[in-house]
Design a binder for this molecule. Structure first.
Ligand code: EPZ
Length: 420
């Protein structure tokens, strides 16, 4: 297994090109199940998660070709298998989203339940209810969802009791080939949902309202192939912006959609860093002096993303004062706190709230990555800590950050990967 070693305490200076969004790419790959023609994705990030999903899709008969560059081609001329086994779904929750498309295309599917994960229970009840509303017959058997829709799926009015990114995407991916109109109320509005809708519409789907709370999908009988560019990764961009704010220095991020991080920029500025934006780039600059404390409350988009909570906390641990960070999306997303505490942070967690009392500096220490975004907060802390920080269990990081040590290395970070 690999670990990351950082000799920290030096400001970052340079430029980082942001990759395509993991959380969009893995839904866009699933789109290939809906057509017998080629789906070509550009601006594709190369990650463990995209590799896993490629393996699952290949298991179903999809021809998956990576490259050249940031390109992936997927071709599901015929589906040879409509089962998604536990071993492949367990590694990545989002692979559960193959269920609806398999039903829509083949009329049947057997997909393992994803189970819980480190950040919370993460059930899939909303996914299953929307598929049932569209006419799917669903049974649960030995950890598998066995679903059929022999007479085809039909449009339905679905009202989500609370916002779910995955359930909104799954319903959209299924409804595009259902007969008649589907209306999704209280839909998630994340940029990745808009990206998915744009890709599907370019294939001939009829989706309106993506990015708003009410999404309408008029089913069509067939979708064509497509070439689509994956939206830039707002979480990767936010992570590096916070790395610059935490370690200090001057970092320009390119290939971003700055409007997708409208909730982050004012908070970074409030914390005392200078933020200069245009549509596709941002420059983050922070000189001497400690950051100012800022309270954060995670919310569904356009609110502050839960996927940047750990990294923002990483900055607040050095603030000159107390900040309160509230996690509203996942019930157990504070696992980075004890690891940050190993580096000298002073954090008290009570339920969904963390009280962060800023300290003057981080101390380098051996720490352990517990999940993807938690790992990123440890990297940012390691960049600021004087001395050598060793971050083990780096495979979490490789799920969602492309070439993290190369990108940070370009900004002068002394960061390397080693075998444990
Ligand atoms: C997506 O997860 C992202 N994953 C997550 O990113 C992100 O944190 C999350 O959205 C929120 O923005 C991908 O896109 C692959 P939800 P998702 O359904 O779709 C509960 C990362 O680090 N819920 O919006 O699974 C659920 O437990 C990851 O990249 C149900 O109760 O999130 C959670 O508390 C982590 N029943 C809340 O809803 C359901 O059927 C929101 O989850 C579905 C969800």
């Amino acid at each position: 297994m690999d670990k990351i070693v950082i000799e920290g305490g030096f400001p970052l200076t340079g430029e980082i090109a942001i990759s395509g969004a993991k959380n969009s790419a893995i839904k866009l790959m699933v789109v290939s199940l809906l057509t017998d023609q080629k789906v070509t994705l550009t601006n594709m990030p190369r990650l463990r998660d995209t590799r896993f999903l490629g393996q699952l899709l290949a298991h179903m008969g999809v021809e998956v070709e990576e490259g050249p560059g940031a390109k992936m081609t997927l071709h599901a001329a015929d589906l040879s298998n409509t089962t998604a086994p536990y071993d492949l779904v367990r590694k990545m929750r989002a692979s559960f989203n193959v269920l609806g498309p398999l039903l829509a295309r083949a009329g049947e599917a057997k997909v393992s339940l994803p189970g819980g994960c480190a950040i919370g229970a993460r059930p899939v009840d909303l996914h299953l209810k929307s598929l049932e509303a569209m006419g799917a017959k669903i049974k649960l058997d030995q950890g598998y969802v066995i679903a059929s829709a022999k007479g085809g799926l039909k449009g339905a009015e679905i009202t989500f009791p609370f916002i779910s990114v995955g359930a909104t995407e799954h319903a959209m991916l299924t409804a595009v080939l259902a007969k008649g109109e589907t209306v999704l109320n209280n839909a998630a509005r994340e940029p990745e949902i808009v990206d998915l809708a744009e890709c599907l519409n370019a294939m001939g789907a009829k989706i309106t309202g993506a990015g708003r709370s009410e999404v309408r999908i008029e089913g069509v009988s067939k979708l064509s192939g497509v070439t689509h560019s994956v939206v830039p990764d707002r979480i990767e961009a936010g992570t590096y912006a916070l790395a610059a704010a935490t370690a200090g220095g001057s970092v320009r991020l390119t290939n971003i959609r700055s409007d997708h991080l409208g909730s982050l920029w004012p908070l970074i500025a409030q914390a005392g860093a200078k933020v200069s934006l245009d549509e596709t780039t941002v420059l983050i600059e922070r000189g001497g002096g400690r950051p100012k404390p800022v309270d954060v409350d995670t919310q569904a988009y356009p609110g502050f993303p839960t996927d940047l909570q750990a990294q923002f906390m990483g900055l607040m641990c050095l603030a000159d004062g107390v900040s309160i960070i509230r996690e509203n999306i996942f019930e157990n997303r504070f696992m980075h706190c004890p690891e940050l505490a190993r580096m000298g942070a002073d954090i008290t967690v009570t339920g969904r709230e963390a009280i962060v009392r800023g300290v003057k500096e981080y101390r380098a220490a051996p720490v352990m990555a517990t999940d993807l975004r938690a790992s990123a907060s440890l990297i940012n802390a390691g960049l600021a800590a004087r001395g050598e920080t060793h971050i083990s269990r780096v495979y979490h990081l490789d799920r969602g950050f492309e070439h993290i040590e190369v990108k940070l290395g370009q900004c002068g970070a002394r960061i390397r990967r080693e075998k444990e």
